[in-house]
Design a protein around this ligand. Structure first.
Ligand SMILES: [Zn+2]
Length: 247
């Protein structure tokens, strides 16, 4: 299983950067997880729009799904559009982004598979266990398994024992860490710090922790240091172009 970071900014894209976007590949199948703001230009530096085989979206915040619109446009506004793109999301999560264009314009560009958090999905070669994790809107974390490798992605979430369960013995925990150490009081149930992500990686005995969704202005060095204080495994910070081969 190969993970490529398309973007790792939380909330809004920093200069030259993209918000959440993760390309997960196995056996030639390309699953795009969370096409957030500004991910499509970065994605198209690597592959063409029609080479995306499926999209999984954790939740309906635009820093996780806004670039579904240009991705669908890039596939359908051409003479030889590819087959409709399978898109997996929680019910209603994509209503806003799918309403950006006039009704029907993108209708043939995608097939929407709405799932209930807790469902187990089969997406190409991936088995995908989903789980509702605490955020300000419904958010589905995902545990992807393929070729005996496991990647867990949190989407956006406050600390929860469900994160630990979803990441149990994972080869990689890709964890939202909007802040380095302290989460502002009014967000503490809905977002996490790097320190909290590390505590959960430790409890889950995940082998590798990749911090992502750092809000622009959050110091990556401080985030890594806060995580290192709690977790002995390998720690990285998601930046565009980073590739990790889980083998
Ligand atoms: Zn969010």
């Amino acid at each position: 299983m190969l993970l490529t970071i398309i973007g790792g900014c939380g909330a809004w894209p920093a200069a030259g950067q993209a918000c959440s976007g993760y390309l997960v590949e196995h056996d030639g199948f390309r699953l795009l997880v969370d096409p957030g703001y500004a991910t499509v230009p970065r994605l198209l530096e690597r592959i063409t729009a029609d080479q995306v085989d499926a999209v999984f979206i954790s939740h309906g915040h635009p820093d996780h799904c806004a670039d579904l619109n240009p991705l669908l446009r890039a596939r359908t506004l051409r003479d030889d559009p590819p087959a409709p793109l399978p898109v997996y999301s929680l019910p209603g999560a994509l209503d806003a982004v799918l309403a950006l264009d006039r009704p029907g314009m993108l209708a043939d560009a995608y097939v929407l598979h709405e799932f209930i958090a807790g469902d187990q999905l089969a997406i190409g070669p991936f088995r995908a266990q989903t789980c509702l994790l605490p955020h300000s809107v419904p958010n589905a974390g995902i545990r992807l398994t393929a070729g005996e490798r496991v990647l867990t992605y949190t989407g956006d979430t406050g600390p929860s024992p469900d994160v630990v369960d979803l990441a149990r013995d994972a080869d990689l925990l890709l964890a939202e860490a909007t802040f380095a150490d302290q989460v502002p009081q009014d967000m503490r149930h809905h977002l996490s710090s790097a320190r909290q992500a590390a505590l959960q990686a430790k409890d889950a005995e995940a082998r590798h922790l990749l911090l992502t969704h750092l809000q622009p202005g959050t110091d990556a060095t401080a985030a890594r240091a806060a995580a290192e204080a709690e977790y002995d495994g390998e720690i990285g910070v998601a930046t565009s172009g980073l590739t990790i081969d889980l083998h």
